[in-house]
Design a protein. Structure first.
Length: 83
């Protein structure tokens, strides 16, 4: 989830919390130690919940995800700034 406005933040954050709780409940093999997400203090922010299917993938396949998420977030923000 990428949030850049107060209006979007509310919906985005509730979705992130639901995904995190569902992952902790439905996928005990993930062994999540913290099921309470901490919302960033300022906008814009990017929050990611990795779903269970990724747990079975080799690290070399998933290692690029963190960089991709940040790049995609910046690309979206840069495009929005043009408008």
């Amino acid at each position: 989830m990428l949030a850049w406005t107060l209006a979007g933040e509310t919906e985005a954050w509730s979705t992130i919390e639901e995904l995190l709780l569902a992952a902790a409940t439905d996928l005990p093999e993930l062994r999540l130690t913290d099921t309470v997400a901490q919302k960033p203090k300022s906008l814009p922010w990017l929050a990611v919940v990795l779903l269970g299917a990724l747990a079975n993938q080799p690290p070399d396949i998933t290692a690029w995800l963190g960089q991709f998420e940040r790049c995609m977030g910046w690309a979206i923000l840069a495009e929005r700034a043009k408008n």
